[in-house]
Design a binder for this molecule. Structure first.
Ligand code: TA6
Length: 281
C-alpha cells in the first residue's frame, strides 16, 4: 500500500490533526494528537509501512484502527477500558523538528477517576533510515504503581497469507484463541493461518516480518518491552469490527512490542522507557 505522504484518506468529520515528519531521504511519518498515534510511515522507497483502516475513526472516543495505538496502563481487558486510556485521549505536542516529534499527556481528573495515579507519558518519534518510537512513563505521584503497556503496531502486509514472522521460535505463548492455554512456538517462521491472538513471553529483542510489503521485510527491534503480541482478526473477526473492512485482514498484521508478563513497577519519580526501532529492508 503506497500513500501520498502529504495526503491522507478523506475522513469526513474525523477531526484528524496530525503532525508530519519529513526526512531528506524522502521518508515521512504522521502522528495524530489524538492518541499520540503514529498513523503513517512512508519509507524512503515510497512504501507505506503501516496499515490504516479506511473506516478508522479519529477523535470519537475510539482508538484509531491502524498505525500504532499506545496501550497504557493496561494491556487487553481488565478493570480499566480495554488497552487503557491513552489511545483515546488527546496528547500535546511539546517538541517538533523536521524529523522528530514528542507528544505528552498527563493524568487529569478523568484518568484519576479510572486509575488513581499521577503520571507523565511521552511519546517520541524519530524519523531517520529507520523509525524509532519511544514511550516514556514517569511516576509523578508519591506512591508506586504498576502497569502493562504496548506499542500496538499494525504493520502493512501485501498478503497476510504470504507473510511470516521470524524470531519467535522456541518461545512460550499464551493463545487467546485457545482459552489462554500456553504452548511453545515450534515454527521457525510463523505463518498465520486463521484468526490469531497470542502473547509471546519474554521474546528476543528483534523480530522480522518477511514478505511484508511486496517482497520487502519489516524488522522490529525493542528495548524495555520483553513480550510480543501477534494478532490478526482474520475474515470472521474483522467482519465484527465496525471500523475495518472485512477483507482488510489480508493487508495487516499486528506485531506488537509489549510489556505484559512482567508488569513495570514504578516508584515515585522513577521513569520507564520502552523503545522500538523499525526498519524496512
Ligand atoms: O493486541 C491484540 C488485542 O488485544 C486483540 O485481543 C484484539 O482485540 C486487538 O488487540 C484489538 O483490540 P481493539 O480494542 O483495538 O479492537
Amino acid at each position: 500500500m503506497t500513500r501520498d505522504p502529504t495526503g491522507y484518506p478523506d475522513q469526513p468529520g474525523s477531526g484528524e490533526d496530525a503532525v508530519a515528519l519529513v526526512h531528506p531521504s524522502g521518508a515521512s511519518a504522521r502522528i495524530t494528537h489524538y492518541g499520540g498515534h503514529v498513523v503513517s510511515w512512508v519509507d524512503a522507497s515510497g512504501r507505506e509501512r503501516f496499515y490504516l483502516s479506511s473506516r478508522a475513526q479519529f477523535g470519537q472516543g475510539k482508538s484509531i484502527r491502524g498505525g500504532i495505538p499506545v496501550v497504557f496502563p493496561q494491556f487487553g481487558t481488565g478493570p480499566l477500558p480495554k488497552h487503557g486510556f491513552l489511545r483515546t485521549r488527546r496528547w500535546s505536542l511539546i517538541a517538533h523538528v523536521y524529523t522528530s516529534a514528542t507528544f505528552r499527556i498527563t493524568d487529569d481528573e478523568q484518568t484519576r477517576a479510572l486509575w488513581p495515579y499521577p503520571f507523565i507519558a511521552e511519546l517520541t518519534v524519530n524519523l531517520a533510515d529507520m523509525l524509532t518510537v519511544s514511550l516514556t512513563i514517569t511516576n509523578s505521584g508519591d506512591s508506586p504503581f504498576s502497569f502493562t503497556a504496548a506499542l500496538h503496531n499494525y504493520f502493512a502486509v501485501t498478503d497476510v497469507q504470504l507473510a511470516t514472522v521470524r524470531g519467535l521460535s522456541g518461545l512460550v505463548y499464551v493463545d487467546k484463541m485457545a482459552a489462554g492455554t500456553r504452548s511453545v512456538e515450534e515454527a521457525p517462521d510463523l505463518h498465520l493461518r486463521g484468526q490469531t491472538d497470542r502473547i509471546y513471553i519474554s521474546g528476543p529483542r528483534q523480530v522480522t516480518i518477511s514478505s511484508a510489503v511486496g517482497s520487502s521485510s519489516t524488522v522490529v527491534g525493542t528495548d524495555g518491552f520483553g513480550d510480543w503480541v501477534v494478532w490478526n482478526p482474520w475474515r470472521e473477526g474483522s467482519a465484527s469490527l465496525a471500523d475495518m473492512d472485512p477483507q482488510d485482514y489480508l493487508q495487516m498484521m499486528c506485531v506488537e512490542a509489549a510489556r505484559i508478563s512482567d508488569p513495570v513497577v514504578l516508584a515515585p519519580s522513577a521513569v520507564w522507557c520502552g523503545t522500538e526501532v523499525i526498519g524496512a529492508t
